[in-house]
Design a protein around this ligand. Structure first.
Ligand code: FES
Ligand code: FES
Length: 192
């Protein structure tokens, strides 16, 4: 419900399954507003639109939250990386990033994971080249990309059931029933 005559407006979003009203300044981008409201798993790694760190799902589509005016998201369903899994039950893509040592500083990982989930949703058995193309606009200053690519290919295998045992000691990877309580962005390897 918009405030009248003010600098900011209230917009209604469903964020990680929870319907909420957030205040957005006119011209504020969605990434900034989400972070101001505690969704710090949405990262901002550039001046806007070039690093991919701020990728989230908006109504099921991958969007760079930094490149979208918050007011344009009014009424939308938002999913950030934290809602893909919990600390105890990571999404297979998150788990694969951990198990393949694909996380260093972790800053790019939320955007990478979101993009990888979208890729595997549309293409469950991608080639390495297809993974590299999908991650093409996700900039990582740490890993050199090889480990994230390996992680996505590993996640694809896990999600297809071709490799259903995690590398940490043989616990089956559970694809379904991911909760919504975690605030971790990458599976616990980074601070915010
Ligand atoms: S902060 Fe959104 S693409 Fe870099
Ligand atoms: S930017 Fe540090 S892990 Fe990608």
């Amino acid at each position: 419900m918009p405030k009248t005559g003010g600098y900011s407006v209230d917009i209604e979003l469903t964020i990680n399954g929870e319907r909420t009203i957030v205040e957005a300044g006119s011209g504020d981008d969605l990434a900034t507003v989400l972070r101001q409201h505690g969704y710090i798993d949405v990262k901002c790694g550039c001046d806007g639109g070039t690093c991919g760190a701020s990728k989230i799902f908006v109504d099921g589509e991958v969007r760079m939250a930094c490149g979208m005016e918050a007011t344009d998201a009014d009424g939308s369903e938002i999913q950030t990386v934290a809602a893909l899994g919990t600390q105890a039950d990571l999404h297979p893509v998150q788990q694969a990033f951990v198990d393949n040592f694909a996380v260093q500083c972790g800053f790019c990982i939320p955007g990478m994971v979101i993009q990888a989930v979208a890729l595997l949703d549309s293409n469950p058995d991608p080639t390495e080249q297809e993974v590299r193309e999908a991650l093409d606009d996700n900039v990582c200053r740490c890993t050199g990309y090889q480990k994230p690519v390996e992680a996505v290919l590993d996640a694809a295998e896990r999600m297809q059931g071709e490799q259903s045992v995690a590398a940490d000691g043989g616990h089956p990877v559970t694809v379904a029933q991911h909760g919504d309580e975690s605030t971790s962005c990458c599976g616990g390897d980074c601070d915010e």
